[in-house]
Design a protein around this ligand. Structure first.
Ligand code: PMP
Length: 404
């Protein structure tokens, strides 16, 4: 059994900085000089509360979260938010429109990959009979083969409903690597300019894959942003929410008006009123994510990560494109819709992909096998994957191309 650490390009849970893991080892035995390990200490202790407050402050300052928005912590992953956003925002809509019919209660979904597709399916389950789930756009319609998620539809295709209960999009579709670009001029960016601004727009974004890898464009225009921690900032088990105050509603008052009662643990009001301590939080993941955030601050915060992540992605795409020209690789996502965080491609030829993956593994590079539903190679470039590690992978890919 090897004691060496490998280069981990896995899609999540994914690499964490070694310095954080070493610090966490100490905290597991003795958290901040308390003499109690972090997995053993009460979540209501003043030491943990101080850590939690600092963690929240760190997210707020690094992302520039305005006072109009609360930062909340919960569990259940991105998947729990597929349900929670629907229930909370249907409650909000009912309080605003007590007599709205199911036809007048519309949930707008932008479907650009398998995560937003799943979220829309969950919305359909939960809304059945009480609301209407509308697919604003489905990027498969615009794909090369008519069935894969390999692009972002043109802005002109985004026709939002007049007064929806929510508008939902996923910032980075990891399975197929489709992503809304950070550049507002790019056709691959979310069309913020098309949102109707006559009331507070209930815009929801799944940021699970790209949270804290660069600034969030138009953050203040969002009603809810959520992310599981296990990609860029910590272990699985922690879900982070940024919720605008008008979306933290009295779900019981809404239930009296006829909407589905919201389980207390999914209600944003429960989380907000209890300071995210309604029940026992995921103490250890919060601790480790807190350490990652502290380290990010020391490194220069999001501007540093944005720049490094952009460079990492540009370099990697350059070699993938070169391989494509040589007929060795084939990209799975159309140009302009490629993700910063997850590059996906195929290695062409009988047995070539296996050879590529085995060769990489021999050189200590793991986690490169594509998602089970899509296949191919997937390289995740989360924050903790360093530029030197990406350079090593590129050197390997260059040699592979030379030998092909
Ligand atoms: N949304 C996105 C964009 C994801 O990448 C994932 C997980 N890979 C999820 C949602 C589901 O998250 P979880 O497994 O934390 O429920």
């Amino acid at each position: 059994m090897s004691t060496e650490r490998v280069l981990n390009f896995g899609a999540g849970p994914s690499a964490l900085p070694l310095s954080v893991l070493e610090e966490a080892q100490k905290g597991l035995v003795n958290f901040n000089g308390t003499g109690i390990g972090i997995a053993e200490i009460s979540h209501r202790s003043k030491e943990f509360q101080a850590f939690l407050d600092d963690f929240e402050k760190n997210i707020r300052t690094q992302l520039g979260v305005p006072p109009t928005h609360r930062i909340l912590f919960t569990q259940g992953g991105g998947t729990s938010q597929f349900s929670a956003v629907v229930l909370n925002l249907l409650a909000r809509h009912r309080l605003l429109h007590p007599t709205a019919t199911a036809e007048e209660t519309v949930l707008d979904y932008v479907v650009t990959g398998s995560w937003s597709k799943k979220a829309a399916e969950e919305a359909r389950r939960l809304a059945a009979g009480n609301a209407t789930v509308r697919t604003v756009v489905d990027s498969r319609v615009y794909s090369k083969d008519g069935k894969s998620f390999d692009n972002i539809p043109p802005h002109a295709e985004f026709t939002f409903s007049d007064d929806p209960a929510l508008i939902y999009y996923c910032e980075n579709e990891t399975v197929d690597g489709v992503e809304f670009s950070h550049d507002p001029q790019s056709p691959a960016s979310f069309p913020f300019h098309l949102l109707k601004r006559d009331a507070l727009v209930p815009l929801v974004a799944d940021y699970s894959s790209s949270f804290m890898c660069r600034p969030i464009p138009h953050l203040a225009d969002h009603a809810v942003i959520y992310a599981g921690a296990q990609k860029n900032i910590g272990p699985a088990g922690l879900t982070i929410l940024i919720v605008r105050q008008d979306c933290i509603v009295d779900v019981d008052a809404a239930a009296k008006l006829g909407v589905t009662p919201v389980p207390l643990i999914l209600s944003y009001k429960t989380l907000a009123d209890s300071g995210s301590l309604y029940n026992t939080p995921s103490v250890l993941p919060i601790y480790m994510a807190g350490l990652v955030l502290q380290r990010m601050k020391e490194k220069g915060g999001l501007p540093y990560y944005e720049e490094t992540n952009r460079r990492k992605a540009q370099k990697l795409y350059a070699i993938i494109h070169e391989g494509e020209q040589k007929g060795v690789f084939r990209r799975k996502v159309q140009q302009g819709s490629e993700s910063w965080m997850n590059a996906v491609f195929e290695v062409l030829g009988e047995g070539a992909e296996k050879k590529f993956l085995e060769g990489a593994e021999k050189e200590g590079m793991k986690g490169l096998k594509g998602h089970r539903s899509v296949g191919g190679v997937r390289v995740s470039l989360y924050n903790a994957v360093t530029e030197e590690e990406v350079d090593k992978l590129i050197a390997y890919m260059t040699r592979f191309l030379g030998e092909s």
